[in-house]
Design a protein around this ligand. Structure first.
Ligand SMILES: Nc1ncnc2c1ncn2[C@@H]1O[C@H](COP(=O)(O)OP(=O)(O)OP(=O)(O)O)[C@@H](O)[C@H]1O
Ligand SMILES: [Mg+2]
Length: 587
């Protein structure tokens, strides 16, 4: 209920439209209420006494009423629809902004399909309520109160009979809302689950086909789909149950009125016109009551959806600028880990344990270690994708948590382990971090990343459109575009996560030559599997299970670290990446 009120707050920006719709509604309701009065006059003062003039005037009045109703029904529908679209627009944008800014740890735990459902279906549920349900609710209330007042004025005894049936209907509706609400919650939840399965399969369709798991995935989807169907049917069953009961109560009301009112007319206490008008109001009265039955389902549904929308909008972002965070000035590039410990949210052990090292400006730091040893975790702490749980990470001596995220991240070029390209041209993808870059700059970055040769082979060159996940490019080509994208920022700090592992030896060699030039003057972190890549690094961090097993230069480590010696031996004479088998480094 509360969330729904908050959702209604979004109407504030569209108050004029909302007001217009509300006024139109009042006019339509008023026209509806006036109708039976004209009918009463026609019967009692026109038809019964043979007065033609009253008949003519009444006809004209009816036309007027119909015109008012027609015109304002239109404006009411149009304006309320328009304002609700505005609300949905604002809500979707708000959700998107929020989701974009939520931290890595939020997205680690959130299911994409659930988020997508909230941005689409849940927003739509709230919108439907605002465009239809809300006004119907007001309309029902106006009609209900209006009818009751008129009924009382016309004949309070008859009105009391009618009134007696209303509390019973109120109770039915109350019970209905209470029971249907959780069911609608389940509907939205299941829809989210279904979307998650769908989204996973769309992204992973190649893996599914490669492993011939289509039947399994089809079954998984069908099962979830069946669960959605079941809760939907449950909701429909609940709603369908609701109406016959209300119908029953209203029929009892009509029956009582005809019975009692008929007696009064026969006894001369009531005119026929009055009874007809009364009955017409009664029919009018049933409309809002029915509408309430319908709207109550919508209220329940929109309420649950609004809850789900605000759950995302209110999600606490654990990585955000702290109050008064300063801009990080252009850095020299000294990166220091001071006794850093780190644990993922919900994790049961430290992924990094008291890690300390210093990368001086311009140095190249190579991080090595078997799979799962914490290499990616280390570099994720520098741009503050996650916050340390102990110790601190500093840039030029400033704790990364003390500066604004924008100023921090704009100085760090990063190539993540998973390459994501966006649908669009190669040029747009390279210029992603600096859309204003000139074509010459884009080309220079591509050349540095050894991407230029294959890009120029495409007929459309830099204008070549790549699919949403860079389909149409090889893994190595995608990686090189990602490297060009990072280089274009001309960052003081460059981070490459496994960025050379997907290219052939020849390309790797060229890339390395280029990177060596590129890393010059920058502090660079390279997560690499090959000795050839790290040999010239100023500092090699050898990670073992979240601890630094050894650190130093190639020569230092050769002299001091048995583990490092083993790695060298395994690669001696060849240039093979370390293949991780069963989580163990293959020596
Ligand atoms: N988002 C996450 N949430 C929870 N735990 C995580 C997350 N990412 C990684 N881990 C855990 O942290 C540990 C270190 O992971 P990390 O990604 O840093 O390893 P890595 O050295 O980069 O491995 P690889 O060479 O395979 O890329 C692993 O045990 C992993 O299970
Ligand atoms: Mg990794």
């Amino acid at each position: 209920m509360n969330a729904l009120q908050r959702a209604l707050g979004y109407l504030r920006r569209y108050w004029l439209l909302t007001l217009g719709a509300a006024l139109s509604l009042v006019l339509v309701s008023a026209a509806n209420l006036v109708g039976p009065q004209i009918l009463r006059v026609v019967i009692d003062q026109g038809i019964s006494v043979g007065n033609m003039q009253v008949l003519v005037w009444a006809t004209l009045a009816f036309i007027g009423v119909a015109a008012v109703r027609g015109l304002f029904s239109f404006t009411q529908g149009f304006w309320s629809e328009k304002s609700s679209q505005g609300v949905a627009y604002d809500m979707r944008n708000g959700l998107f902004d929020k989701i974009q800014n939520l931290s890595f740890s939020y997205h680690d735990q959130a299911q994409t399909g659930q988020l997508m459902t909230r941005v689409t279906s849940d927003v739509e549920q709230v919108r439907t309520f605002i465009s239809q349900g809300l006004l119907q609710l007001v309309n029902a209330a106006v009609l209900l109160v209006g009818c009751l007042i008129i009924l009382f004025v016309m004949n309070w005894r008859l009105a009391l009979i009618v009134l007696a049936t209303i509390p019973a209907m109120g109770i039915v509706l109350g019970i209905f809302i209470a029971t249907i609400r959780p069911i609608f919650g389940q509907v939205q939840q299941k829809l989210g689950t279904l979307n998650t399965v769908l989204q996973e399969n769309l992204v992973g369709v190649r893996v599914v086909q490669a492993f011939a798991r289509e039947p399994y995935e089809e079954q998984r989807y069908a099962n979830t789909n069946k669960e959605l169907l079941d809760v939907n049917l449950k909701a429909i069953y609940g709603s369908a149950n609701n109406f016959p009961l209300i119908f029953l109560f209203s029929n009892i009301g009509t029956l009582a009125v005809i019975w009692y009112g008929g007696h009064e007319v026969i006894g001369g206490a009531l005119s026929l016109g009055e009874l007809v008008a009364f009955n017409t109001y009664l029919a009018l009265l049933i409309q809002p009551i029915f509408a309430l039955g319908f709207i109550s389902a919508q209220v329940a549904r929109a309420g649950i959806s609004a809850d789900r929308v605000f759950e995302v909008l209110d999600a606490r972002n654990d990585i955000a600028d702290k109050p008064g965070a300063k801009e990080l000035p252009q850095v020299q590039g000294r990166v220091a880990f001071e006794d850093v410990s780190f644990r993922y949210i919900g994790g049961d052990h430290n992924v990094l344990d008291h890690v300390s090292f210093v990368a001086e400006p311009g140095q190249t730091v190579a991080i090595m270690g078997k799979t799962g040893s914490g290499k990616s975790s280390i570099i994720n702490l520098i741009p503050r994708f996650y916050d340390v749980t102990g110790g601190r990470v500093t840039l030029d001596g400033v704790d990364v948590r003390d500066v604004t995220l924008d100023s921090l991240r704009s100085q760090i070029g990063i190539v993540l382990q998973d390459t994501t390209l966006f649908s669009g041209s190669i040029r747009d993808n390279i210029a992603y971090g600096r859309p204003d870059a000139s074509d010459a700059e884009v080309e220079a970055a591509a050349k540095a990343a050894q991407a230029h040769p294959f890009i120029s082979e495409f007929p459309d060159g830099y204008g070549t459109v790549v699919g949403e996940r860079g389909v149409g490019l090889s893994g190595g080509q995608r990686q090189r575009i990602a490297i060009a994208r990072a280089l274009l920022l001309n960052p003081r700090i460059l981070i490459l996560d496994d960025s050379t592992s997907a290219v052939d030896a020849e390309t790797e060699y060229q890339l390395q030559q280029a990177l060596e030039r590129l890393m010059h003057g920058r502090t660079a972190f390279v997560i690499a599997q090959r000795i050839s890549t790290v040999r010239n690094a100023d500092l090699i961090l050898l990670l073992d299970n979240g601890n630094i097993a050894a650190q130093g230069t190639h020569d230092d480590l050769l002299a001091t670290s048995a583990l490092y010696g083993d790695i060298i031996d395994s690669q001696f004479g060849g240039d093979h990446p370390i293949v991780a088998l069963d989580g163990e480094m293959k020596m």
